[in-house]
Design a protein around this ligand. Structure first.
Ligand SMILES: Nc1ncnc2c1ncn2[C@@H]1O[C@H](COP(=O)(O)OP(=O)(O)O)[C@@H](O)[C@H]1O
Ligand SMILES: [Mg+2]
Length: 708
């Protein structure tokens, strides 16, 4: 043994200049010589080592097996350590290069398009509500604790493995080879591997289950919270942003949470444990590693971030080239029309050469980085073996100790590089979590339930001195001291120019918003005294210019008006809405699926389905907001007939642009700049020769004839 170590030192020193080609190579060459392998084996080895330096990141598995096989024949220490070296090289290289390729470029544009995401992660994005997190985790706390215990067990076994391997090597190298202690060590190692396998499977499964249950609970809480938010909440945000929180953010939050337990907890425990174990073997050698490794990791991290920047630039250039080509090819007629082909080719050439330049720079960076990390890792192993050899020569260390030390150091290296990748993930996960929690905790001003639910409603509405500004634009008063009376069972019409505030009146009746000042009264009581869901579900029907239908069957769309309606009631409502006929003409009748990837229906048909829905609801109060203004004359007639049937006997507020549709109203109010400027019957208003009379005259001349 002594001879071997000495021989090793001599040759290693002699070949110090070849460190760059891989310590593993040197060590293997050394061993091959020491154990007097033939020249052919040595050449094979050198060839494999030579190619290692260039292709290591591409085929680490193959190489580690190949080199380990050869080395195993030479010496167990090197066999195990060489496999470990390649493993850790691979983890280190992939951990630092991987984010370059895929993470950054996807993140960057997303952030820039969504300013409010940025705001959220900027202000409170890094602070997480731990109380809420605990509340969401508590139901599964036992499962989670079991997962943590299993992960820690795996970490513990991982710390023990090098120690057991060390005793095995000692048993092998002890004089004459102590077979019974060799057997004992081997059995313990098998036991450790089995424990490792079982507990790994256990913690991964448990964490998966806990993670999914957690995500389910978060999604549900979030969706519930979104459902009860005020309409103003939706005015302020893009729906894509809200959906993102429900999907991407929850996903990211869940996976970071899982990673923290599986990767973080396990690796940190492993690193600390291995460090202690190494220290027990040799304080001096551990000291050497403690100085060298963090320094090089710091340098590596800095280099890694500059690589990421280079990768981002390269991706941006590629994106620009693509969008440039897309634009030119998409507008080929214009390009041809101006005879600009050669100029476009020159421009494209400019972009592609820019791409090439940046990508080559990146390739060089990755090359230097990968080569450098190999050099470093080889250097560390060489240093350990060399210095360990010195210690062995002084009888201060056994071969088993050296083995234990080497494997422990690889465990630490792996643990550190895994943890460094985790760090970024944790920051992103906390950002995602705080965005999710922000919505879960968001309060709404108008509750969904609570308040009066009278059996009988008269349906009289009054706007008393109402002033209102939209929460998104508080400085613009849309309604100013607005007065309006809609007596029970009567039809009142609102007319006036676009932007006057007519639809806002309808929104206030539905209590989508509350007035800033003044009150909206229903049967003499403030609207806020009533149960909002009762008001919307039963008391008020609302039909606007563009009814929204869901991507489900016609039948379900109509039944949305009253979910407990029987099929016969649905058909009857459709008949009254002049919709039964066209629905029956569809091959699948009422089972026809509408909307996305389903059948699309015309504006008039849509409107009649919406009317059927309102008929089913049978509300006391009906609001028609420009219900027919988007329709052609033919469908307008059909829809108007259906509307006439619907409005009979109810309190109705009609908002109309075309004055012909509101002449029959009991009262007509002209809205201008957020106020009612005139009110009366059609005849009274014509006689008064005011704004309404002007509007009517205008429309007659403009649209060629309405009977006045
Ligand atoms: N959700 C909203 N958020 C902010 N401002 C709005 C919103 N809806 C309408 N407005 C503004 O309020 C004013 C009145 O709008 P609206 O009541 O829809 O007018 P009308 O129905 O009479 O055409 C307009 O200036 C419009 O820009
Ligand atoms: Mg409107």
């Amino acid at each position: 043994m002594m001879m071997m170590m000495w021989g090793m030192r001599v040759v290693v020193v002699a070949r110090a200049g070849m460190m760059a080609s891989g310590l593993l190579g040197c060590a293997q060459r050394v061993c091959t010589r020491v154990t007097v392998r033939g020249l052919r084996t040595q050449r094979t080895l050198q060839r494999s080592v030579g190619s290692d330096s260039f292709n290591a990141s591409a085929v680490p598995g193959v190489l580690s097996v190949a080199s380990a096989n050869v080395a195993r024949r030479a010496h167990p220490i090197l066999a195990v350590s060489s496999a470990a070296v390649w493993r850790s090289k691979w983890t280190l290289a992939s951990s630092l290069v991987q984010p370059v390729a895929c993470q950054e470029p996807r993140q960057a544009p997303l952030r820039s398009v969504l300013p409010s995401r940025k705001k959220a992660s900027g202000k409170d994005g890094r602070t997480l509500d731990w109380k809420l997190l605990w509340e969401l985790l508590r139901p599964d706390i036992f499962l989670l604790a079991a997962a943590v215990v299993a992960a820690l067990t795996v970490a513990y076994v991982n710390i023990q493995v090098p120690i057991l391997l060390g005793s095995l090597v000692n048993a092998i190298t002890s004089s004459g080879g102590d077979v019974s202690s060799m057997q004992n060590s081997a059995v313990s190692i098998v036991g450790a591997y089995v424990t490792q396998t079982l507990f790994t499977a256990m913690y991964i499964t448990l964490l998966g289950v806990v993670g999914e249950k957690f995500a389910e609970r978060v999604r549900l809480r979030l969706f519930e919270s979104i459902m009860r938010q005020d309409i103003a909440f939706f005015d302020q945000r893009q729906s894509g942003e809200i959906v993102n929180r429900l999907t991407t953010d929850v996903q990211e939050f869940k996976s970071s949470f899982k990673q923290v337990v599986s990767v973080g907890l396990r690796n940190i425990t492993q690193a600390v444990g291995s460090l202690v174990s190494m220290y027990m073997v040799s304080p001096t050698l551990t000291g050497y590693l403690i100085v060298v490794v963090p320094t090089v990791i710091a340098v590596g991290t800095a280099l890694g971030s500059s690589l990421r920047r280079m990768s981002r630039e390269s991706h941006e250039a590629a994106d620009k080239t693509t969008s440039y080509a897309t634009e030119v090819i998409g507008n080929m007629r214009t390009v041809r029309g101006f005879g600009m082909e050669s100029r476009e080719v020159a421009e494209f050439n400019h972009w592609t050469s820019e791409c090439r330049r940046l990508a080559s720079k990146l390739a060089f960076g990755i090359g230097v980085f990968t080569g450098g990390s190999h050099l470093f890792l080889n250097g560390v192993v060489l240093g350990v073996i060399y210095y360990g050899g010195v210690l062995m020569s002084r009888d201060e260390m056994t071969a088993g100790d050296l083995m234990r030390f080497l494997v422990s150091s690889q465990t630490i290296q792996r643990a550190l590089s895994n943890t460094s990748v985790l760090f970024g993930q944790v920051v992103r996960g906390m950002g995602a979590g705080s965005r999710v929690f922000e919505y879960i905790k968001h309060n709404s001003y108008i509750p969904l339930t609570g308040g009066l639910k009278p059996h009988q409603l008269e349906g009289g509405i009054e706007f008393a001195d109402v002033t209102f500004a939209y929460p998104t634009r508080p400085e613009q008063q849309v309604l100013k001291r607005f007065h309006l009376q809609i007596p029970a069972g009567k039809m009142v019409a609102l007319c006036g120019p676009s932007g006057a505030g007519k639809s806002t009146v309808a929104s206030l009746i539905e209590r989508f918003y509350d007035p800033s000042e003044g009150t909206v009264l229903l049967d003499g009581l403030p609207l806020s005294d009533y149960d909002p869901t009762y008001i919307r579900q039963q008391a008020i029907g609302y039909i606007n210019q563009e009814p929204v239908l869901f991507a489900t069957t016609v039948f379900e769309n109509i039944r949305y008006g009253r979910p407990d309606a029987t099929p016969d009631e649905v058909y009857e409502a459709a008949r009254q809405a002049n919709a039964h006929q066209f629905i029956s003409s569809f091959p699948e009748g009422y089972d026809t699926v509408l909307g996305e990837r389903g059948v699309t229906v015309s504006g008039g048909q849509k409107q009649r389905i919406a009317i059927a829905r309102a008929i089913l609801k049978n509300p006391r109060i009906l609001i028609l907001d420009e219900a027919t203004s988007a329709l052609d004359a033919e469908s307008e007639k059909l829809v108007q007939a259906a509307l006439d049937r619907l409005t009979a006997g109810r309190t109705v507020l009609v908002i109309a642009h075309r004055l012909s549709t509101i002449q029959a109203a009991d009262q007509i109010a002209v809205v201008l700049g957020g106020r009612v400027v005139e009110q009366g019957t059609h005849k009274q208003l014509i006689r008064a020769k005011g704004v309404y009379a002007d509007l009517v005259r205008h429309q007659i001349s403009g649209e060629g004839g309405y009977v006045v």
